[in-house]
Write a protein that binds this ligand. Structure first.
Ligand code: IPE
Ligand code: IPE
Ligand code: MG
Length: 251
């Protein structure tokens, strides 16, 4: 109807190719519960979650998504046992090259969002090298943003500090601080705000993710644990998004 084709059959979801969300953000949650259900250590769940990231990223870009932002480690995740934190940092080092190879092949630029000062030095060096490896693709407008030691509040604090320095140095007047200026000081300055925020695992909370940027995002929650999240689940989320009416405060 009205030129928009949306149909869902048992195994096939037909999406409206003209209404694919430009930017999808995912809270990759439920790895620990996935492992527990199988009698495995939590670390096995994180490994399986990394496999899911590869699969879902590939499918998202195939569908025409331009920016994908994934929450890999929050500023609050340091509260976890040291062993789990170390394992997560090592997993990043181990899996990053493969993920970036895939992005390079797809001409997608990889960026890391978050405070790097607390990350292990070898990981920081790797992040910088992997960003440099795909930087030439920034011009395509396609990005994979990996949020690592990321917190929405922490991001706003660092943006405010940077802006305060500019004001102090008479580079900017207080009246010139607009929403655009604030957005341009966030880690996501290179991307539009997310159209769709997905959270698998059954939790219905934002957990300090993209607080400023998600002001008008559509939210989608799912009970599936992240390691089990499939291409069809992504399509279902997009189909739901396509059925929403975004009004941005209008009528
Ligand atoms: C998400 O899975 C991964 C990280 C937060 C690093 P969890 O580890 O939070 O899994 P659950 O929520 O305990 O199942
Ligand atoms: C959010 O998940 C952070 C990531 C997925 C990286 P958490 O598992 O840390 O969030 P809470 O503690 O359930 O809110
Ligand atoms: Mg969790």
């Amino acid at each position: 109807m009205f030129g928009i084709r949306k149909r869902q059959s048992k195994n096939h979801i037909e999406l409206d190719k003209n209404n694919i969300p430009c930017h999808i953000a995912i809270i990759m949650d439920g790895n620990g519960r996935w492992a527990k259900k199988r009698g495995l250590p939590r670390t096995a769940g994180h490994g399986a979650g990394a496999d899911t990231l590869v699969k879902i990223a590939r499918h998202a870009y195939d569908l025409g998504v331009k920016c994908l932002t994934v929450y890999a480690f929050s500023t609050e995740n340091w509260k976890r046992p040291e062993e789990e934190v170390n394992n997560l940092m090592n997993l990043c080092m181990k899996r990053l090259p493969q993920i970036v190879d895939l992005m390079e092949h797809r001409k997608v630029a990889v960026r890391f969002l978050g405070d790097r000062s607390r990350l292990p030095e070898p990981l920081v060096r790797m992040i910088e090298a992997e960003e440099a490896r795909t930087e030439e693709f920034a011009k395509t407008g396609c990005f994979l943003n990996i949020a690592l030691n990321y917190g929405g509040r922490d991001e706003i604090v660092s943006a405010v500090r940077e802006i305060a320095v500019r004001v102090k140095e008479n580079e900017l007047s207080p009246e010139a601080i607009t929403e655009e200026v604030i957005s341009s000081h966030l880690y996501t300055a290179h991307c539009p705000d997310p159209d769709l925020v997905l959270r698998p695992s059954g939790e219905i909370r934002i957990s300090n993710f993209l607080l400023w940027q998600s002001a008008y995002s559509e939210f989608y929650y799912d009970n599936i644990l992240w390691p089990d999240f499939s291409e069809a689940d992504l399509e279902r989320a997009i189909l739901t998004y396509q059925g929403r009416s975004r009004r941005f405060g209008g009528v």
